[in-house]
Design a protein around this ligand. Structure first.
Ligand SMILES: *Cc1c(COP(=O)(O)O)cnc(C)c1O
Length: 381
């Protein structure tokens, strides 16, 4: 929760990340999915929140697993001294898997080629590679296609017998389409698990669900759920379900200080192209964040911010560094705090509201907050 004393100290622009909210969200979600275990997904700099502080907060909340897309992200966590079980699942063709294997990073395997490359790298570093074999159950992005799965699990069993690899997990990813299609993906995954067992594999963890499936599809929970967006208190569904409905609290508050205020008369055009003109005397406040900071230009004329206890509409185009809001006749002053998004319980818009204003999703809003915006952490790590 952002307090009045924080507000007094508001800098020009900042993203405040409440690590207590991350911990509470993960505890809430872990309790909802138990006895399944939880992986906190901290790819893409923890969806813009900061990978290392969020990973530490997740582990301190009792989460056992961490997940990232790229090996570079996984190595950065290891470099920060984080030694928890850690899975990386999106690999550059031609990757040398040796460094990841040497640093105890579990590797998602989406093809026979990756399996062979990982086994070869394990031999060269003299270690056993821990892998999670991924089956494509219908998302059609990555993962072993069902027709190649029996041969792939058979080959994995052979490599396991040689001591090069250990198949620790079997996984897939849902398309979150319709109940029928989700059920078909669950069935396809269950078949893949049986085929792997038939080949002699005994994986510790079977995992399919991300936040949406973890919350709404108990049959998709298996042994482990991969929680990304829910940890950050942003709803996964895009159907109007709020964080509060899910018992979650947004972790990121994006805010700054009003950089300028001016009074304008009727007919005055605002920002590039004058896409908005005042139809009455009014006051404008300048907000010092723009699309360089991840504020979508698409939300020009549609987004809202919170200043002095009210939502204020964006007028005219959002520019690279700044945009303008209409504050009417209210006594807004230069230096006032402006909250672009945060916890809607405080009255401020949510990241999802900005997603709606820009025809996108809350995921994209928080993840794209730019490098120019300093992160400040509440709640310790
Ligand atoms: C990003 C990702 C997740 C997390 O998804 P959320 O919807 O953010 O919970 C889980 N699994 C995989 C494979 C992912 O790429």
């Amino acid at each position: 929760m952002i307090t009045a004393s924080d507000a007094a100290a508001a800098p020009f622009r900042e993203a405040v990340v409440d690590l207590d909210a991350v911990r509470e969200n993960l505890r809430t979600l872990a309790a909802a999915v138990a006895p399944a275990r939880t992986m906190a997904v901290v790819k893409a700099n923890a969806y813009g929140h900061g990978a290392v502080p969020v990973a530490r907060a997740a582990l301190s909340a009792g989460v056992e697993w961490l997940g990232v897309a790229d090996i570079a992200e996984a190595l950065a966590l290891r470099d920060a001294g984080i030694d928890a079980p850690l899975l990386s699942w999106l690999h550059d063709p031609g990757t040398d898997f040796g460094p990841a294997i040497a640093r105890d990073i579990d590797l998602g395997v989406s093809s026979r080629e990756q399996l062979e490359a990982i086994a070869a790298a394990a031999a060269s570093v003299g270690a056993v590679a821990r892998v999670h074999l991924k089956l494509d159950t219908g998302l059609s992005r990555s993962g072993v296609e069902p027709e190649h799965w029996p041969a792939t699990v058979a080959r994995a069993a052979e490599l396991e017998a040689t001591g090069r690899i250990h198949v620790r997990g079997l996984f897939s990813h849902l398309a979150n389409t319709s109940p029928d299609e989700d059920a078909a993906q669950i069935a396809a995954f269950e078949l893949g698990v049986v085929q792997a067992e038939t080949a002699g594999l005994r994986a510790e963890v079977r995992h399919l669900a991300s936040t949406a499936g973890a919350l709404r599809l108990p049959a998709a929970r298996f042994d482990l759920v991969r929680i990304g967006i829910g940890a950050y208190g942003v709803p996964p569904f895009g159907d109007g379900t709020t964080a509060e409905d899910l018992g979650l609290r947004p972790a990121m508050t994006l805010r700054g200080r009003v950089a300028a205020v001016r009074r304008i008369g009727p007919g005055t055009g605002v920002s590039y192209g004058h896409t908005w003109r005042a139809d009455r005397p009014t006051s404008l406040a300048l907000v010092p964040l723009g699309y360089a900071d991840g504020i979508p230009r698409q939300a020009s004329g549609r987004g809202e911010v919170w200043i002095r206890g009210a939502k204020r509409p964006v007028v005219g185009r959002i520019a690279m560094d700044q945009f303008v809001v209409d504050v009417g006749d209210d006594p807004v002053e230069t230096g006032d705090e402006v909250v672009l998004f945060g916890d809607p319980q405080t009255g401020a818009p949510s990241a999802d509201d900005w997603g709606d204003a820009a025809d996108t999703i809350g995921y994209e809003i928080v993840t794209r907050i730019g490098a120019r915006v300093p992160r400040r952490y509440l709640g310790g790590a």
